[in-house]
Design a protein around this ligand. Sequence first.
Ligand SMILES: [Zn+2]
Length: 397
Amino acid sequence: MTERLYYADSYLTEFDATVAKIDARGRVALDRSAFYPTSGGQPFDTGTLGGLRVTDVCVEGGEVWHEVEGALEVGQAVHGSVDWPRRFDHMQQHAGDHMLAGALYELTGATTIGLHVGPEISSIDVDMPRGETHLPQEWIDRLENLVNARVQENHPIRCWFPAPEELARLPLRKDPTVREHVRVVAMGDFEMVACGGTHPSSTGQIGPVKIISAAPARGKLRLSFLAGMRAWRELQRNYERAHAAARQLSTGVEELPERLAAALARLKDAEFELGRLRREHLLDGAAEMLAGAEALPGGARLVCAEVGADMAGLRELASRLIKDGSAVALLASAAGERRDLLFARSADVDLSMSALLKRAAEPLGGRGGGKPDFAQGGGPATVLAAAREILRRGERP
Ligand SMILES: [Zn+2]
């Protein structure tokens, strides 16, 4: 069994040990180790062992196993060195989890059922008393305020292995998952729970704790958060983003929401006006299109055109083209591989537009349907030319 040096001192980064075992995969077990193995939602430590990079650490059968880049020998004396910035970051996230879980339990009676310290964000999964999977913003604020106040009050954090009789008397937030060698962590007088993880020695070192989302996950509530330098860096990033956005609008960050809302309102008005002008322009062109129309064998006028408009615009234009009688309009939107297609005819033209559209589009991979006088669909631009040829030949589709 590896003696776990981080139990007694989570600040220990340099240690000397002896290689006790090497398994078939070349993983190394020591007589004692300060390397934290992935467990309880906290990721493993990295660093060096005998000068070799440690790339993974896990716990199996009571031993802490180190994966190293290179070979060591059983009995070899090695010096271990733990990557402190990574470890301390994990300590901040992990202790931040305790603070949130403890405060949420106090405020709502919720039970925390899982913790995950990710490379960027950390999260806790919470079983809420009435099965809620959302947390109102007001509660998030209360939770954050309570946790960050306790961080600033800099309460001591203590870890120890109580004797069974002491353990039985301790007001733990939830029952331990192990029966023997139960390690307890206590933060001030507000959080006490069994835990084998690494923690700073006081709450002030956790730094700011910021909840970044409270959303349903696997039927429970998942709180995602940042603690310590992660929260600080996020504050810096958001400060820069907010100022960059404010500069674009030539305003200060304080006025940003109002100025943005006003700019979006102007944009909406402008888009509406642009749409109106485009339609007007399109309809103004209808007379010119009819003047340049070709005569079909039956005498009707044929307008066949690609038009810079969506389906609604095509419909409006087609209605205008066929309004005065004796006209056929074959229209396609102007951009993209698959175009909107709209075929329409005046009431006095005896041709089926739905049949024409089907016949012209289907061999080209397009499709469409509708009524004899008004049909719509989609397909390549070549459908227009195919339909025009059918009508030019005087065929009845
Ligand atoms: Zn812990």
